[in-house]
Design a protein around this ligand. Structure first.
Ligand code: HSE
Length: 428
């Protein structure tokens, strides 16, 4: 019989337990596909005695994930602890130094240390695989690394945080306020321990920075991702967007421009009828565009035990088969360090302005737009309150700097109440 591929699993939360279950349930299937058995030698987690619904008594136990990572009976270190520093980073580095391959679901680790870890792995002739780090069960890493390897990628887009999509969808479908939808997501256990990772766009930004590196042959640069969360989105914006046949999504967009790599994770309007506009609840969607393939759309569960463990197992089977790829699709020493291009590509914008309801107010707003070089595409005014009226404007394509000039100009007019809202409309 062929030598088994022996796993050491650090982290026995939802995903770790899912991996244990698949290794047991599909032992014969995995062996047939990998050409060798896949076994678990040892595990490590915060608490040994916790009831996880699966027995771990067959496996050796290590309190310290670094010790686990270096064990002689471990071929692949499976890192499912999370966290950008601390034990996850120390144990991953230790595993690579000890000649192990690594499979991880840790987007924060790769977003912050992906380049250094890739250099270490490739120098040692080892693999780091991370399908589960981006969009849960959707095989988007494999699609970019392998299936689309013959394409020049022009744009990567995605809704990659299910919690945010759930909140925005519930605001839209049930008329909930942001706070109500957030509380509902919290009650369902959707939020990360630090909710800002979700609603602040950080988790999705981590994922986008990883996809960018593969798509554009660049060093992972999470710090260059322009981040804006969903906390400022109101039910009024959701309704107004719907009225104009748009949905609001926390959308990641990465594209190479003449000025460098643009990476944005921010609320955007997308056409209601587009696949992204139709995406409901906690589901993820990634849209990839290549010069030969055109546009492809991948959709599926972005989190949860089964989908995320499925992604981990795909990586493990590849390693068992002897498939070895550069971490980001080409040798890490050759990945480019390109400048960040902030909002380089012009776009139309949706504006919501609370305007004083008096003669000449609208003319002042129109004048500011004109002086900023911004042309109006569509405009609506309804829902007057006592002394104010909301004005909704969709602009033609404009630059961020022109938009910022207009927003500053609105403040000078003396007819605008509060802060105007401006949300980019993404062509999808
Ligand atoms: N918290 C993430 C989400 C899953 O809501 O999609 C883990 O990245």
């Amino acid at each position: 019989m062929s030598e088994p591929l022996r796993l050491g699993i650090a982290g026995l939360g939802t995903v770790g337990v899912g991996v244990v279950k698949i290794v047991r349930k599909h032992a014969a299937l995995l062996e047939a596909r990998a050409g060798r058995p896949v076994t678990i030698s040892a595990v490590s987690a915060r608490s040994r005695g916790k009831d996880r619904g699966v027995s771990i008594s067959d496996f050796a136990w290590e309190d310290d994930p670094v010790t686990l990572a270096k064990r002689d009976d471990v071929d692949v270190f499976v890192e499912l602890m999370g966290g950008e520093n601390g034990p996850a980073k120390a144990a991953t580095e230790a595993a690579l130094a000890a000649g192990k391959d690594v499979v991880t679901a840790n987007k924060a680790l790769l977003a912050h240390h992906g380049q250094a870890l890739a250099i270490q792995a490739e120098a040692a002739g080892r693999s780091i695989r991370y399908e589960a780090a981006v969009a849960g069960g959707i095989p988007v890493i494999k699609s970019l690394l392998e299936g689309l390897a013959g394409n020049q990628i022009s744009r990567v887009m995605g809704v990659m945080n299910g919690t945010c999509n759930y909140i925005l969808t519930r605001m839209e479908s049930a008329g909930l306020t942001y706070d109500q939808a957030f509380a509902e997501a919290d009650g369902l256990g959707y939020l990360e321990a630090d909710p800002q990772l979700d609603v602040g766009g950080i988790d999705a930004g981590h994922k986008l920075s990883i996809l960018s590196a593969i798509a554009f042959g660049t060093q992972v640069d999470f710090d260059a991702v322009e981040l804006e969360g969903i906390g400022a989105i109101t039910i009024e914006d959701i309704r107004a967007a719907a009225d104009m046949d748009y949905k609001i999504k926390l959308l990641g967009v990465a594209q190479m421009t003449g000025r460098g790599l643009e990476q944005r994770m921010s609320p955007c309007l997308v056409p209601d009828s587009s696949p992204l506009g139709q995406l409901q609840g906690g589901t993820n969607m990634v849209v990839l565009e290549g010069d030969s393939v055109g546009q492809i759309v991948l959709r599926g569960a972005g989190a949860g035990e089964g989908p995320t463990a499925s992604a981990v197992m795909g990586d493990i089977v590849d390693i068992a088969r002897g498939i070895r790829l550069p971490v980001f699709g080409q040798p890490a020493t050759g990945l480019r360090n390109v400048p960040a291009a902030r909002a380089a590509v012009p776009a139309p914008y949706y504006l919501r302005i609370q305007l004083q309801d008096k003669p000449g107010a609208l003319a002042k707003i129109a004048r500011v737009l004109g002086e900023s070089g911004i042309s109006i595409d569509r405009m609506r005014q309804y829902g007057h309150e006592d002394t104010t009226a909301p004005v909704l404007i969709v602009t033609h394509k404009t630059t961020r700097s022109a938009l910022e000039q207009a927003l500053a100009g609105f403040r000078e007019t003396g007819v605008v109440e509060g802060e105007p809202v401006a949300i980019r409309i993404e062509a999808v």
